[in-house]
Design a protein around this ligand. Structure first.
Ligand SMILES: [Zn+2]
Length: 695
């Protein structure tokens, strides 16, 4: 999802249950084929009065006041499950990338290495006729390999291969920075193998949950049928797959528990894997994936591997082979598949789960796919023409201002003991700022892209990336590495690196607008910078020290006080209703909500310092608003959004961010300066007596 966020703790190869679904998905630009009127793709200004509903009372419902007209002006296009102010920036960026890729495709004949590759990748994705003509032939060797399995003993080789080509069968295997010693890069094995968005989808009670499970089984059956199975067999097979996945889900950890790094970190001798899952020859699997001789690894969830052994023992080989066919086909991105399969993938993943009426235009999916496959090659071309030096200079200053505000905030905490405070300050000083794009570009010279071979390109690109990741094991950490592409419209905090990341794609209006007032820029991008920085000190990030090590740098007493304070936000957000019977999950969202609240507070302090420095008159109205009102309105307009109910339901169950309305309202009601700026009275909804304050 493209919610403004930080990365998940670590990203595995092939592990379907992990981060990739939470990571960035670009929202898309105008749909050239959609029947409805196209959305306008013009960046919003720092403060857009047109979006406001001035009949609403900002003290009662600030979101409605700041964003009340957004839904009218920007109805959700049929090829989207939501439309947000965020989407406008993504749409804009995507139309730029489209032009850039089309140009690169034309230059292909000139053989300029990277440009040829991104051009060919995009062109192959766009070549629907070639994809249709080839059908499933490119996957035949993979299907033959499954068919040839004659015993469970032979699974090791196949599952090792699957880790390299992102087939998420059973489990995930990859690389991460060692939580305990961030200088080390180690292997990690984690739970996986599910096809529904999250483990609780297999067990949740209620009509909606039942309906989703039925839709899922129908979808699996439809895909198997498209692979050539007769209808009655595919229906029975889909049921068997559901039973197998449910057994894996049963031994999987839920997303809320997974937010605590202690729960997903178990550094164990490599031999332990054989003890947990003897059905797999782990020594061979490590060697097959190119990392022989591993002596230790993070077994993120040991109970899962124990449970997986039982599943492997109790499931017959035919069912396993059917499950592998399903996992294989569902791992191939839909754009590379023939039309009937692509359509069926859309039917479940976008239509049923998100309520999206129409599939996105192919060019949009191809732009996103190319950025995902070769993000730094795309990014290098993107920043060359779309990231002025002035944007970077502004951002460097903004980040320093917000970091200074965090220093003041830390110093002001009366509940925190001096030793903990000193370590917190040390951590703050060690935060690395990554702005725009990396200093060193990734080398794609060993990646082959073949024009006209969409599936082959997918498999080669993921294999290239997985080899690159696994190759890091045992080597020193490259602290300059970027984990996100430069054209990404999002921002991140990475606790193991202790860095905050602001890709070039994000540094555009309205987040940063050179024509906007300082108040507006601090309200927009300042609050986001504050958000990412606060992640270093939320319930999860605060368990890591300044060097990125998971270490107990807090005194037990301080931690106890901190946990008690966070409870206020767990309660506050847990009481917000997202849609009909669904409330927000205050515990799952705690880190993001802490970051949202800290982010606005830091941006507010930094803006006050900026105003003082520049002599900005805080009482002088400009265009009808005081600078502080502009500041809060700009912040509120970060979250203008219009969502389909299905999308809301999906997000509440899978996404650690609050629904956008509450990312505005839930936050301003905790900052009394907001109520003061709009003349609210204590006791009104946006100025409650029991405001929460963590950072
Ligand atoms: Zn975040």
């Amino acid at each position: 999802m493209n919610r403004l966020c930080r990365i998940a703790l670590f990203v595995l190869l092939g592990g379907a249950a992990l981060a990739p679904r939470v990571a960035v998905v670009h929202a898309q630009a105008t749909n050239s084929t959609a029947s409805s009127a196209p959305q306008k793709v013009e960046l919003l200004p720092g403060l857009d009065k047109q979006l406001m509903d001035t009949t609403a009372d900002p003290c009662v419902n600030f979101y409605q006041y700041a964003c009340g007209n957004f839904a009218k002006l920007y109805p959700i296009p049929p090829d989207k499950s939501y439309y947000a102010s965020f989407s406008i920036v993504s749409d804009y960026t995507q139309s730029i990338l489209r032009g850039l890729l089309e140009q690169a495709a034309q230059k292909s004949a000139q053989h300029i290495a990277n440009e040829q590759k991104i051009g060919d990748y995009d062109a192959s994705c766009m070549d629907e006729d070639a994809i249709e003509a080839k059908g499933l032939k490119p996957l035949q060797p993979e299907l033959d390999r499954i068919a040839a399995l004659s015993s469970k003993m032979e699974l090791t080789d196949l599952l090792a291969h699957y880790q390299m080509i992102n087939v998420g069968a059973f489990f995930g295997f990859g690389e991460q920075q060692d939580f305990a010693d961030a200088r080390k890069q180690i292997a990690v094995a984690d739970q996986g193998g599910l096809g529904l968005p999250e483990r609780d989808y297999y067990f949740r009670a209620g009509d909606d949950a039942e309906k989703t499970r039925k839709q899922y089984v129908d979808h699996v059956a439809a895909m198997l049928q498209l692979l050539g199975e007769p209808a009655d067999k595919s229906a029975a097979d889909a049921q068997k797959i559901m039973t197998l996945e449910t057994a894996l889900a049963k031994v999987s950890m839920d997303i809320t528990s997974r937010r605590d790094p202690q729960n997903v970190y178990h550094l164990l001798p490599a031999a332990k894997m054989t003890e947990l899952t003897p059905a797999i020859d782990w020594t061979k699997l490590f060697a097959d994936t190119g990392v022989p001789g591993i002596t230790e690894l993070n077994v993120a969830n040991p109970d899962f591997f124990k449970g997986m052994q039982a599943v492997l023992e109790s499931t017959d080989l035919d069912t396993i082979k059917t499950y592998l066919r399903w996992q294989l086909i569902s791992s191939i991105p839909e754009y590379a598949l023939p039309k009937a399969l692509s359509k069926e993938d859309f039917n479940f993943n976008d239509h049923d789960l998100r309520g999206q009426p129409e599939q996105r235009a192919r060019w949009k999916r191809c732009v996103a796919a190319t950025d995902s496959a070769m993000g730094e090659a795309v990014g290098q071309a993107y920043v060359a023409e779309n990231f002025p030096a002035a944007n970077k200079a502004f951002m460097v200053q903004m980040v320093h201002d917000i970091e200074a505000a965090m220093g003041t905030e830390l110093e002001a905490q009366t509940w925190m003991s001096d030793p903990t405070k000193r370590t917190a300050e040390a951590k703050l000083h060690l935060v690395a700022d990554k702005i725009g794009y990396p200093d060193h570009w990734r080398d794609y010279s060993t990646l082959t892209v073949v024009r006209g071979d969409a599936i082959g390109n997918v498999l080669r690109a993921v294999d290239f990336e997985n080899k690159r990741e696994l190759n890091k094991i045992g080597k020193p950490v490259d602290r300059g590495e970027w984990i996100t592409t430069p054209a990404t419209v999002n921002a991140f905090y990475n606790p193991s690196m202790n860095d905050i990341n602001f890709p070039a794609g994000f540094l555009q209006a309205p987040y940063y607008d050179s024509h906007a007032t300082d108040a507006e820029n601090y309200g927009h991008i300042g609050a986001i910078v504050g958000h990412e920085l606060t992640h270093g000190f939320d319930d999860e990030g605060s368990q890591f020290d300044g060097y990125g090590n998971l270490s107990g740098w807090w005194s037990a007493d301080d931690r106890k006080k901190f946990d008690a304070m966070t409870d206020c936000e767990v309660q506050e957000y847990g009481n917000f209703t997202a849609v009909s019977d669904v409330k927000l999950n205050g515990k799952l969202e705690l880190g993001e909500n802490t970051a949202d609240n800290g982010g606005l507070r830091l941006a507010y302090s930094a803006f006050l310092a900026d105003a003082k420095r520049k002599g900005i008159d805080l009482d002088a109205k400009q265009d009808g608003f005081t600078p502080l009102q502009q500041f809060f309105l700009a912040f509120g307009q970060n979250w203008c959004n219009n969502m389909r109910p299905e999308e809301i339901r999906l997000l509440v169950q899978t996404d650690p961010h609050a629904i956008d309305e509450f990312r505005a309202n839930g936050v301003v009601q905790n900052l009394p300066a907001f109520g003061e700026a709009f003349g609210c009275k204590v006791g009104q909804p946006m100025m409650p007596v029991n405001a929460c304050h963590i950072w």
